[in-house]
Design a protein around this ligand. Structure first.
Ligand SMILES: Nc1ncnc2c1ncn2[C@@H]1O[C@H](COP(=O)(O)OP(=O)(O)O)[C@@H](O)[C@H]1O
Ligand SMILES: [Mg+2]
Length: 589
């Protein structure tokens, strides 16, 4: 994590400007309203001077009425201006954040999955929420607040000079006294702010993780340990926050003492001048008014500087995310696939290591040809690299060396969307989403008709249990399909894959959570569907394996043996071992 450098801070500003750029009209409204209200506020000082020197001093009731009317008019204009300013500035903040949110999401959802191996997705998520809230409050209020106070400060100083140059000199001498501590403390507050935000993100990620695994947590009576851990995380965040609060409070305190101290000195010096008749009472009142304005503007700026700096941190992290290059990209000029893809797959000399473990060859010199329409079963001990092969076929990762060809075209030469639309994947852990069953089934084919959905559900032996649910296909599922059994989830995942109707079906232990009876049924349905399709099935049961055309035995990332059940029983020791074990299990169940 790099800290703010002038360069990254400049980048933050550039990012904000780029996002604000489309809304020039709204920015113009905001700036005009800002200038308008600042001008009116500043002119109130002149009003006070006139009121005191002409209205009161001349004892004229008419003049007094006149000035009060002008004053009321100014107040009215100020109210309208403030309305406009508040409306458009806040509007800008909300609009820009909505755009940034969309842009970040669009980027993340296309990013190579390896990125999320290295970065906890929950942490990214919670940090994004916190960062976006911060950016929103800054763009939607703090920036305008700072700008308004800046205008007031400049305007106030100008009026101070016009009103009384001698007194102004006193004010200006005080300026460095105020600015220097702000700079020193501001820097400390800034670095603490960043630490503080990182800690909060960890807290958020921790909550998400624990609540996501709540049953495991409670089954192992782990609550107390988690409470302690959470306590530590929270206290950790608090102690950093405490440090930050203290620095910031000191900053504000110092500013107040210095500024109001200066005002006191001024009133004393100016009061002497009034007593000796060198200036009028109205002039002194206006002068005090302007110096209070300048003082509070400086104080306000110093207060929002902390927030602006925190926002710079948030913007910086957002830029980091947006700048993360997608390592899996379609080539500039992708090759076309034939109009009908049968599913010929050639895997040659494939070697692969996960980016996080560059020395561990998960796939090692794998060569394997799969013919269109074939059903290939893949068996092997767990950790052999079977699921990883599916990841590589879908190009979630690029290989270190060797190649995978689909219909004779290297998959790196294909458009990624075109490549993936050839496959339907039922992954090892069935992936369901919050929403109803229908939406989950239609996931891969949003325009599927009700009849199509039902046919797929029937084929996957899911229709019966779905119909028995109180709301049938409209039944809402919790996060990740909460509310269904493992076997039911798997059948939904299979139905979804069938509905997708792709040339190649990838089944990763897709029936592992089914009892033997429903597995038998699903298997029969799959057998029918596999007829016109290329199917790669990672299997753990012999029944599946036996009906395959060929069986590939994986061990430690390489192909140990390839053949039919009978061939392998003779030729592969590993296979006959796996088979014998499985027979015993099947007999026992
Ligand atoms: N995202 C990952 N990062 C690093 N290593 C991984 C990752 N996923 C799997 N592995 C490792 O790769 C090896 C093969 O895993 P996998 O393909 O899931 O095995 P199988 O499906 O055959 O049981 C295992 O040793 C596993 O620890
Ligand atoms: Mg696996």
């Amino acid at each position: 994590m790099n800290h703010h450098t002038p360069r990254t801070r400049w980048q933050s500003v550039k990012m904000a400007l780029a996002f604000i750029a489309p809304y020039k009209r709204q920015v113009a409204y905001s700036l005009l309203a800002l200038l308008f209200t600042a001008t009116i506020t500043l002119s109130i000082g002149q009003g006070i001077r006139l009121l005191i020197d002409r209205g009161f001093a001349t004892q004229s009731a008419d003049l007094l009425t006149q000035y009060v009317l002008i004053f009321l008019l100014l107040v009215f204009a100020l109210a309208i201006g403030t309305f406009t300013r508040y409306y458009w500035v806040t509007w800008l903040g909300e609009r820009v954040i909505a755009d940034i949110r969309r842009k970040v999401f669009n980027h993340l959802i296309n990013l190579h999955p390896g990125f999320f191996d290295k970065n906890r997705s929950l942490e990214i998520q919670s940090r994004l929420t916190a960062d976006m809230t911060l950016l929103q409050s800054v763009i939607g209020s703090s920036v305008s607040f700072a700008l308004r106070n800046f205008i007031m400060m400049i305007g106030g100083i100008i009026w101070l000079f016009i009103t009384n140059a001698k007194l102004t000199a006193i004010v200006l001498i005080c300026v460095p006294l105020v600015v220097v501590p702000i700079l020193i403390f501001g820097r400390r507050v800034r670095s603490l702010s960043r630490q503080s935000q990182d800690k909060i993100a960890v807290v958020g990620a921790y909550v998400g993780e624990v609540l996501g695994q709540i049953k495991t947590v409670q089954a192992y009576n782990h609550q107390e340990i988690d409470q302690h851990k959470f306590h530590d995380h929270v206290e950790d965040a608090f102690s950093v926050a405490k440090h930050r609060i203290k620095q910031r409070a000191l900053l504000v305190t110092m500013v107040i003492i210095l500024v109001l101290g200066a005002v006191g000195v001024m009133i004393w010096v100016g009061g002497m001048d009034v007593i000796e008749g060198r200036i009028s009472g109205g002039e002194l009142a206006a002068f005090v008014f302007y110096s209070v304005i300048v003082g509070s503007a400086v104080a306000s700026i110093s207060e929002v500087i902390g927030e602006l700096q925190r926002a710079a941190g948030a913007a910086e992290r957002t830029i980091e995310l947006l700048d993360t290059p997608n390592q899996i990209k379609s080539p500039l000029h992708p090759q076309e696939l034939p109009s009908t893809v049968g599913g010929n797959i050639e895997i040659q000399q494939l070697c692969f290591t996960y980016p996080s473990r560059p020395n561990n060859y998960v796939i090692n010199q794998l060569t394997l040809n799969i013919k269109a329409g074939e059903t290939l079963a893949i068996v092997g001990p767990s950790g052999a690299g079977k699921s990883t092969l599916f990841d590589l076929l879908l190009r979630f990762f690029d290989t270190n060396s060797g190649s995978i060809k689909l219909e004779g075209v290297d998959i790196r030469q294909l458009d990624i969307l075109a490549l993936r639309s050839c496959f339907a994947l039922v992954s090892q852990t069935p992936a369901l989403f919050y929403g109803n069953i229908l939406d989950n089934l239609r996931y891969a084919k949003p325009d599927a008709s009700d009849t199509e959905v039902e046919a797929a559900a029937k084929a996957a032996y899911a229709h019966t249990f779905i119909s028995e649910l109180p709301q049938g296909y409209q039944t809402k599922l919790g996060d990740a399909g909460l509310g269904l059994s493992g076997g039911q989830k798997q059948r939904l995942a299979i139905a979804r894959a069938l509905l997708a109707d792709t040339p190649i079906l990838l089944l990763d232990e897709a029936t592992s959570a089914l009892d033997s009876q429903s597995e038998h049924l699903v298997q029969q349905a799959l057998n029918k569907l596999m007829v016109n399709r290329t199917t790669l099935v990672i299997a753990h049961r012999l029944s599946t394996v036996k009906s395959a055309d060929r069986i590939a035995v994986f061990n430690n990332g390489h192909l140990e043996a390839l053949g039919t059940h009978h061939e392998l029983m003779q030729s592969s020791q590993l296979y006959s071992q796996l088979a014998t074990l499985q027979f015993q299990l099947d007999a026992a169940s």
